[in-house]
Design a binder for this molecule. Structure first.
Ligand code: FES
Length: 165
């Protein structure tokens, strides 16, 4: 497993880069399945706890997308699976948003689009969204926010980085 530590060797420290980007709350757009607060605004998810690199989230009750801006994680429940994605676009680390056209995620910088399971659809990016290491612990998922898989260099690990409900 790659840890992508990036302690001094990476040209762009993606977490540092993304911290400077305005992060937002959003919800599943395409199917309108996201939970919404009383104001109608999508909720901003927070990890229920964090121990070092691990962030712990309750398993979403329904299909939807939640952003944890503090940990730079996008948590998705979609069609019987739970995924945790790095918030930043794999092309040049711009923070991803849900696609206003529906159907997944969108990068405003070069207009890359991705499905809700992270698969690349179109745009300038050259790989799928990066999946963080995730495991189930009862009614929670535990995400290592410092370890992720890149689909082009670690396709098998990328494919298995999900929880099947
Ligand atoms: S930074 Fe997202 S497509 Fe270029």
């Amino acid at each position: 497993m790659s840890t992508h530590d990036c302690s001094g060797d990476c040209p762009v420290a993606r977490r540092t880069f993304v911290k400077d980007v305005s992060v937002f709350a959003a919800a599943l757009v395409a199917a309108g399945l996201a939970p919404r607060g009383a104001s109608g605004a999508p909720p901003l998810m927070r990890a229920v706890s964090r121990d070092h690199a691990d962030a712990r989230y309750a398993i979403p009750a329904a299909d939807g997308v939640q952003f944890d801006d503090k940990n730079e994680v996008i948590l998705v429940r979609y069609q019987g699976h739970v995924y945790a994605f790095a918030l930043s676009c794999p092309h040049q680390n711009t923070a991803l948003k849900t696609d206003p056209a529906g159907g997944g995620f969108f990068c405003t910088k070069h207009e890359s689009r991705y499905k809700f399971d992270g698969q690349f659809i179109s745009g300038r990016a050259t790989r799928n969204m990066d999946r963080l290491v995730i495991r189930r612990d009862g009614n929670f998922v535990v995400v290592n926010v410092d370890k992720w898989y890149e689909s082009d260099s670690e396709p098998t690990q990328w494919a298995s980085a999900q929880i099947t409900l």
